[in-house]
Design a protein around this ligand. Structure first.
Ligand SMILES: Cc1cc2nc3c(=O)[nH]c(=O)nc-3n(C[C@H](O)[C@H](O)[C@H](O)COP(=O)(O)OP(=O)(O)OC[C@H]3O[C@@H](n4cnc5c(N)ncnc54)[C@H](O)[C@@H]3O)c2cc1C
Ligand SMILES: NC(=O)c1ccc[n+]([C@@H]2O[C@H](COP(=O)([O-])OP(=O)(O)OC[C@H]3O[C@@H](n4cnc5c(N)ncnc54)[C@H](O)[C@@H]3O)[C@@H](O)[C@H]2O)c1
Length: 485
C-alpha cells in the first residue's frame, strides 16, 4: 500500500550523517508535540517531514473541517431565525469564498506549526520522506540520522475501499475536498463516521443536496441513543441518510455518479469517501528496523515498539484512537519516557472526543453499553435533559441529553449530545482523569444561567434517589426536627 498523496522516491546518495538524541518522523500533532518538548528540554532533536508541516489536522483535517462547518453554520443561522422573531432569509452561498475562509484559517494557524518556529526552538527540521535503513538509522533525502530514540508520528491517510468501479470515477477524500471550489450540486458521501457526518451537515447547510450511505449505523462508536438525535437533525435539514447498506459498486453515467448498494441506487454529482483511515507506514521500511506492525506500529501501553525498544509510535501511527488531542497526549507520555527515563503509560479511559455536528456529540470514557458489559448490576445511569436547563430554553437549544455512567460513586463515562457538548464534556473528562467522585460535580457551584449546569443536574439526578427515596434520611430528618429547638 502506498500513501495516496505522495510517490515513493528512490534511495538517494548519502551526503550527510548526523547523530542525535531524538529523531521524530512526521510533523503532525504528535510529532510536533514530541519535537518541541524534547528540544526545549535540551535533547538534540531532528524532525523529518515529507509533506506539509502541521500534518493532517492543520492541512486536511480538524482545522479545515471546523472552518467549513463555521461557514455552514452562518448560512444555517440566516435560515433559522423565525422562532426568535428574526425573518429567515435564504443566504447567497459563495462556496468558493467559503473555501477562501478555510484557507485563511489554515494560514492563520500555520505559523505555529512552521519549520521556522521549530528551528527557533532548536529543532533540526528535514523536509523529506524518512525510511529506516537499520534498527538505529533513518535516511531522509541525503541525510542519515542515527538516534538514540526514534518516534514514528507518521499519521494516517484516507482509506480507499476496494469498491467495484471506484477507479473509474473521480472522488474526493479529506485530502482534496477542501480544495474543491465549485459547489457540488449533489454530494454523495460513503461512510457515516465523524468525517461523513460533519461534512454532510456542512454541505447541506451550504446549499448542496447530500446523500450519505453507511454500511452500519451512523456514528457507530458513540452511544446509539445520542447518535440518533444527530442523525434526526441532519435528516430534518435535508440530508438523505441511508443506513445498513454497503456500497458495492460505483459507476459513472454521463456526469452523474451512482452508488449501488444491495438495496438501492443513489445518484449524485460528486463523491466523498469517508470510510476510515489506514496508517502511514509503507514508506518507513519497518522491516529494516525490526519494528513489528499491524494496523499501526505494535506498541505497548508505554507506546514503545514491542520489537525495537529504541522506537516509539504516537498519534494515528500507534493504531488506536485517532484524534489530535490523543496525538498530543501521546507526545507528552513519550517525552517523559525518553527524556527522563520515567515509566510512562498512555491510558484511554479518560480520552474524550467530539463530533462537531449540530447538535454536537461528545463522549468520554465508557458508553452505557460498554459500562454495562463491564460492570453489570454495579452500574448506575444518571441523565439530564437540555430541556430542564434555563439557558438552553432561552437559546432554543433544548434538544440534548447528558448521560453519565457511574460505578461506586465515580463517573466511568459520559455521553453528551446538544449545543456545546464538546465544551460540556470537559467537566466529566476532568472528573474521570482525576478519579473524582460525583460529589466533585454536585458540590461545584456553577454560574446561572449556563449550559454547564446541565452537568450538575445530571449529578443531582444521581444523588436524588439516594436522598429523597431513602426512608433512613426521612427518619433522621424527623428525629432532628423533633429535638432541634
Ligand atoms: C477530516 C478530518 C477531521 C478531523 N477532525 C478532528 C477533530 O476535530 N478533532 C480531533 O481531535 N481530530 C480530528 N481529526 C483527526 C486528526 O486529524 C488526527 O488524529 C491527527 O492529525 C493525528 O496526528 P498525527 O500526528 O498522528 O498524524 P498527522 O497529523 O497525520 O501527521 C503525520 C505527518 O507525518 C508525515 N509523514 C508520513 N510519513 C512520513 C515519512 N515516512 N517521512 C516523513 N514524514 C512522514 C505526513 O506527511 C504528516 O504530515 C480529523 C481528521 C480528519 C481526516
Ligand atoms: N470531530 C473529530 O474529532 C473527528 C472528525 C473527523 C475525523 N476524526 C477522526 O478520523 C477518523 C476517521 O473518520 P472517518 O469518518 O473516515 O472514519 P470512521 O472509521 O470513524 O467511519 C467510517 C464509516 O464508514 C463506514 N463504511 C466503511 N465502508 C463502507 C462502505 N463500503 N459503504 C458504506 N459505509 C462504509 C463504516 O461503517 C464507518 O461507520 C475518525 O475515526 C476519528 O478518529 C475525528
Amino acid at each position: 500500500m502506498e500513501n495516496s498523496r505522495i510517490d515513493r522516491d528512490d534511495a538517494q546518495p548519502v551526503t550527510e550523517r548526523i547523530k542525535v538524541d531524538v529523531c521524530v518522523i512526521g510533523a503532525g500533532s504528535g510529532g510536533l508535540s514530541v519535537a518541541s518538548g524534547a528540544a526545549q528540554m535540551g535533547a538534540r532533536t531532528v524532525l523529518i517531514e515529507g509533506g506539509k508541516m502541521g500534518g493532517d489536522c492543520l492541512n486536511y483535517g480538524c482545522v479545515p473541517s471546523k472552518a467549513l462547518i463555521a461557514a455552514a453554520n452562518h448560512a444555517h443561522s440566516m435560515r433559522s431565525g423565525a422562532p426568535y422573531g428574526i425573518t429567515p432569509v435564504e443566504p447567497q452561498v459563495d462556496y468558493a469564498a467559503a473555501k477562501d475562509h478555510v484557507r485563511r484559517v489554515i494560514d492563520a494557524i500555520a505559523p505555529h506549526d512552521s519549520q521556522e518556529r521549530f528551528e527557533g526552538l532548536g529543532v533540526r527540521v528535514i523536509r523529506d520522506w524518512a525510511r529506516f535503513i537499520s534498527p538505529t538509522e533513518v535516511q531522509a533525502g541525503g541525510t542519515v540520522v542515527e538516534a538514540r530514540r526514534f518516534v514514528i508520528a507518521t499519521g494516517s491517510s484516507p482509506l480507499v475501499p476496494p469498491i467495484e468501479g471506484i477507479g473509474d470515477v473521480s472522488y474526493y477524500t479529506n485530502e482534496t475536498i477542501f480544495d474543491l471550489r465549485e459547489r457540488p450540486e449533489h454530494l454523495l458521501i460513503v461512510g457515516g463516521g465523524p468525517i461523513g457526518m460533519e461534512m454532510a451537515q456542512a454541505h447541506v447547510r451550504l446549499g448542496c443536496k447530500v446523500t450519505l450511505v453507511e454500511s452500519g449505523r451512523v456514528l457507530p462508536k458513540d452511544d446509539p441513543e445520542l447518535a440518533a438525535l444527530v442523525a434526526e437533525r441532519l435528516k430534518a435539514e435535508g440530508v438523505e441518510i441511508v443506513e445498513r447498506q454497503q456500497v458495492e459498486r460505483v459507476s459513472l453515467e454521463g456526469d452523474r455518479i451512482t452508488l449501488q448498494t444491495g438495496d438501492g441506487r443513489f445518484t449524485g454529482t460528486h463523491l466523498l469517501l469517508a470510510v476510515g483511515r489506514r496508517v502511514n507506514l509503507d514508506r518507513l521500511d519497518l522491516g529494516r528496523a525490526n519494528v513489528a506492525y499491524d494496523k499501526g506500529v505494535t506498541v505497548g501501553a508505554d507506546l514503545r515498539s514491542t520489537t525495537n525498544k529504541r522506537v516509539y509510535a504516537v498519534g494515528d501511527a500507534a493504531g488506536g484512537l485517532m484524534f489530535t488531542h490523543v496525538a498530543g497526549y501521546h507526545g507528552g507520555v513519550v517525552v517523559r519516557s525518553i527524556l527522563f527515563g520515567l515509566p510512562a503509560k498512555a491510558k484511554t479511559d479518560h480520552i474524550p472526543w467530539v463530533s462537531y455536528t449540530d447538535p454536537e456529540l461528545a463522549q468520554v470514557g465508557l458508553t452505557e453499553a460498554q459500562a454495562r458489559e463491564r460492570f453489570g448490576e454495579r452500574l448506575t445511569v444518571a441523565r439530564a435533559d437540555f430541556g430542564g436547563n434555563d439557558r438552553a430554553v432561552a437559546e432554543g437549544a433544548t434538544t440534548g441529553l447528558v448521560k453519565v455512567v457511574i460505578v461506586g460513586g465515580r463517573p466511568v463515562g459520559a455521553s453528551i449530545v446538544g449545543k456545546g457538548a464538546g465544551d460540556l464534556i470537559a467537566m466529566w473528562a476532568q472528573a474521570i482523569a482525576n478519579r473524582q467522585k460525583m460529589r466533585a460535580i454536585s458540590d461545584t457551584v456553577l454560574p446561572y444561567p449556563t449550559m454547564s449546569e446541565i452537568n450538575k443536574r445530571a449529578a443531582g439526578a444521581y444523588f436524588s434517589p439516594k436522598l429523597f427515596d431513602n426512608p433512613w434520611v426521612k427518619r433522621v430528618v424527623g428525629v432532628v426536627q423533633r429535638v432541634l429547638p
